[in-house]
Design a protein around this ligand. Structure first.
Ligand SMILES: [Ca+2]
Ligand SMILES: [Ca+2]
Ligand SMILES: [Ca+2]
Ligand SMILES: [Zn+2]
Length: 332
């Protein structure tokens, strides 16, 4: 059973990576045609489109959402009510004492949560261009996170930084070297955030695991980031630190705003307008789901727009992150 789900997870990853690569190349080609910069040759990788490799397999999400709903019902104390409401129609309860029917408690009020960050710098030699980013860059990234999450109740504090020189890990941190790197370096519990900065390759800016993934692989939990996506890095227009904001959104239980397209539950957040497909750049007034109210949430951290363009989480994303925290991470 375990092996099968591991194979499925790996297969899902490969499919998503292939899709991302395809999307990335098309849109990059279109961009270059538009701007006429196709003959500009630079030694650094140019990121034409945001590529996030967090696994959004629809079947996996459907299963995770059922589990999440069940956990939240238990946390809210609604399970007794649900049982009472079933198969008791028209009949008085056999023991109608008030204590047998507890009133449902509302959503727990979001509390301030301080998350310890363990930063693992993977490099292939000295200097920022080889991944040995400065502690100043890491501190700037933590500042960007605390500004982005200021209204959510989550605060991030750097609990430790370690540095590893290993060019295999550095260039293979998405795929072949992921688990050897993580098994060696991962720290803490489900409440602790492990960030690995490296070069995932294939135009990928980063990837993360959802809170609901934790129990099936505690050592795998965390966020992997392209080192040059940090503030002051070279991955323009993705070098203002919002790749970390976005990936930590996944780590706290958020899906892409375009998940599921215009249909169904989308991203399971009611106050983010439905979106057909990722938005790139900063396409003001884009409305890809015309029959659903609202323009696309291109300013949202969970879309694919440029760092300067994305600057907010919605109110119900804040609620979902906290619910996911208490359902999967708190005390785990
Ligand atoms: Ca939505
Ligand atoms: Ca719309
Ligand atoms: Ca921004
Ligand atoms: Zn993503």
């Amino acid at each position: 059973m375990k092996k099968i789900s591991v194979y499925l997870a790996v297969a899902g990853f490969v499919v998503i990576a292939a899709i991302l690569l395809g999307v990335s190349q098309t849109t990059r080609a279109q961009l270059e045609n538009k701007t006429g910069r196709d003959d500009e040759k630079k030694p650094v990788v140019v990121f034409g489109t945001r590529g996030c490799a967090t696994n959004h397999d629809p079947e996996k999400i459907a299963a995770a959402e059922m589990d999440f709903a069940a956990r939240m019902a238990r946390i809210r104390g609604n399970s007794a009510i649900a049982r009472n409401g079933n198969g008791n129609k028209g009949k008085p309860s056999p023991s109608p004492s008030p204590s047998a029917t507890p009133t449902p408690t509302p959503n727990p009020t979001p509390q301030n949560v301080v998350v310890n960050v363990y930063w693992h710098v993977i490099n292939q030699g000295s200097g920022a261009s080889n991944g040995d980013i400065s502690s100043g860059m890491i501190n700037s990234q933590i500042d960007v996170l605390n500004a982005a999450y200021a209204a959510t109740g989550f605060t991030f504090t750097l609990a430790g930084t370690d540095r590893t020189t290993n060019s295999t890990w550095y260039n293979g941190c998405y795929g072949s070297s992921e688990m050897s790197m993580k098994n060696a370096l991962h720290q803490g519990t489900a409440e602790d955030l492990n960030i690995y900065s490296c070069r995932p390759g294939s135009g990928i800016l980063g990837y993360a695991y959802f809170p609901s993934d934790y129990n099936s692989g505690p050592a795998r939990d965390g966020v992997v980031l392209l080192d040059q996506s940090l503030p002051g890095g070279t991955a323009a227009p993705y070098n203002e630190g919002d790749t970390a904001t976005h990936e930590i959104g996944h780590w706290l239980g958020l899906y892409h705003t375009f998940q599921g397209g215009c249909n169904g539950n989308g991203d399971y957040v009611a106050d983010t307008p439905a979106e057909q497909s990722p938005a790139y750049g900063c396409p003001s007034g884009r409305n890809s789901c015309r029959r659903d109210p609202g323009d696309d949430p291109i300013r949202n951290f969970m879309d694919y727009t440029d760092d300067y363009c994305m600057f907010e989480f919605s109110g119900l994303q804040d609620v979902r992150m906290y619910d996911q925290w208490i359902a999967y991470r708190q005390g785990n």
